[in-house]
Ligand binder design. Structure first.
Ligand SMILES: Cc1cc2nc3c(=O)[nH]c(=O)nc-3n(C[C@H](O)[C@H](O)[C@H](O)COP(=O)(O)OP(=O)(O)OC[C@H]3O[C@@H](n4cnc5c(N)ncnc54)[C@H](O)[C@@H]3O)c2cc1C
Length: 387
């Protein structure tokens, strides 16, 4: 069967649905093709099932891209306040967690219901279980699925990144971009736990489950949040954040006692010894972790000079991750369709008229904390307004 639309959107995730809604509200006839059996599967598992749908402190600085200016225009034209207004229109109860992160009180299903209801209102037609087999360009675009053909003058690629392949992530968007001659910035897993190897692994991984507030640093990037020891390495928000900036082979630095000095208590103690050192970590690190770290990194001596050096070591613990846990555990894919190929106002390809890329498939990656959905809403809206 042949269907004719004003625009076909590939991918029924956050960005694709939002784009379709915006275009539908403007009177465009829009089809969304989703290969899974339902839309928004990733939304459902996001934010631990409660969907961290935006962040009230969202700024362009919260995004990683080869072109740090690219996201500014779209982010300015669809803000967290705009999405919050939509959430409130649908009477979805939500709450603020740390660092400006907004979550649903009940479940991420509320956000999916919101998107479905807006799709209905805007007349968007959603085709699930639609596996795209070919995309051709004639005067417009022709998209072939197993049973149907969709024709439209505009094609929006919103097929997401490579993270969580078992949920349906595919290379599709990148391959399509390449097919039309667009460049891709090399992709890598982002917001992903680190794997430790060798000594680091044998020294710490049996403490899996232990967490502490730290400052994780890599190059000039600094995140003060929780770090969690896992069976294979390190995780927790501080580590996930830094992982998006990490290049394989580089070390990371961890401050184990942010804003605190550990050695004054040792210097003041009656006996300067391991017991005094262990006690000095109280309030900074869980006891088991402090003991283990001390076993592996005792001060060279107990005199003032050695303690000064040791204090520095506590704030600059150098770890060499062997790798990350890869796309299986990554929340996002960094890299993607090169922003130099796209209009920052509309997300349309500068080379191929009528071809748009939005959401995670584009080389714009948000930090942890609701920024990736805000990019999906904002880039989807930018394209939806141009269809
Ligand atoms: C576990 C987890 C938790 C997360 N939590 C948060 C959070 O709380 N807050 C936040 O901001 N971000 C979070 N993220 C990131 C966020 O989910 C993504 O950045 C966001 O969903 C990207 O939106 P998108 O529409 O670009 O891609 P997706 O949401 O991935 O949607 C792409 C859609 O395209 C479909 N598709 C793929 N290939 C094809 C094809 N060939 N044909 C048809 N359809 C296709 C997919 O099935 C999918 O439905 C989380 C990610 C994960 C993995």
């Amino acid at each position: 069967m042949i269907h004719k639309f004003d625009a076909v959107v590939l991918g029924g995730g956050a960005a694709g649905l939002f784009c379709a809604i915006e275009a539908g509200k403007r009177g465009r006839r829009v089809a969304v093709l989703e290969h899974a059996d339902r839309i928004g599967k990733k939304i459902l598992i996001s934010g631990g099932g409660r969907c961290n749908f935006t962040n009230i402190h969202c700024q362009p600085e919260n995004f990683i891209s080869a072109n740090e200016h690219f996201a500014k225009s779209a982010l300015a034209r669809y803000t967290p306040a705009d999405f919050i207004a939509l959430v409130e229109k649908h009477r979805i109860p939500y709450h603020k967690k740390t660092l400006g992160q907004l979550f649903c009180d009940r479940s991420a299903q509320d956000i999916i219901d919101l998107l479905e209801s807006e799709c209905r209102e805007a007349g968007v037609q959603v085709f699930v279980q639609s596996r795209v087999q070919e995309v051709r360009r004639t005067t417009g675009f022709v998209v072939g699925t197993e049973s149907d053909e969709f024709r439209a003058p505009a094609l929006v690629v919103a097929t997401g990144g490579l993270s969580i392949p078992k949920m349906g992530a595919t290379l599709f968007g990148y391959e399509l971009a390449r097919k039309f001659g667009l460049k891709i910035v090399a992709t890598k897993p982002g917001l992903v736990p680190f794997v430790l190897a060798g000594e680091d692994r044998s020294r710490y991984c049996d403490l899996a489950g232990v967490s502490a507030e730290v400052i994780a640093k890599s190059d000039h990037h600094v995140f003060r949040e929780k770090m969690l020891i896992t069976h294979r390495g390190l995780s927790g928000p501080a580590i996930l954040q830094i992982s998006s900036y990490w290049e394989k082979g580089r070390p990371i630095e961890i401050d184990l006692a942010p804003d605190r000095e550990i050695t004054p208590a040792i210097r003041a103690a009656k006996f300067r010894n391991l017991t005094a050192a262990r006690n000095a970590f109280q309030g900074s690190l869980p006891r088991r972790f402090a003991e283990r770290w001390l076993e592996n990194h005792p001060p060279a001596a107990w005199n003032d000079e050695a303690l000064t050096k040791w204090e520095k070591q506590i704030h600059e613990w150098v770890i060499q991750p062997a790798d990350t846990e890869g796309y299986e555990k990554a929340e996002v894919t960094a890299g993607g369709v090169d922003t130099a190929e796209l209009s920052s106002k509309t997300m349309e390809s500068l080379k191929v008229k009528g071809l748009f890329f939005i959401g995670e498939v584009v080389d714009v990656t948000g930090q942890l904390g609701g920024f990736n959905f805000q990019w999906a809403w904002a880039s989807g809206t930018a394209a939806g307004r141009a269809l």
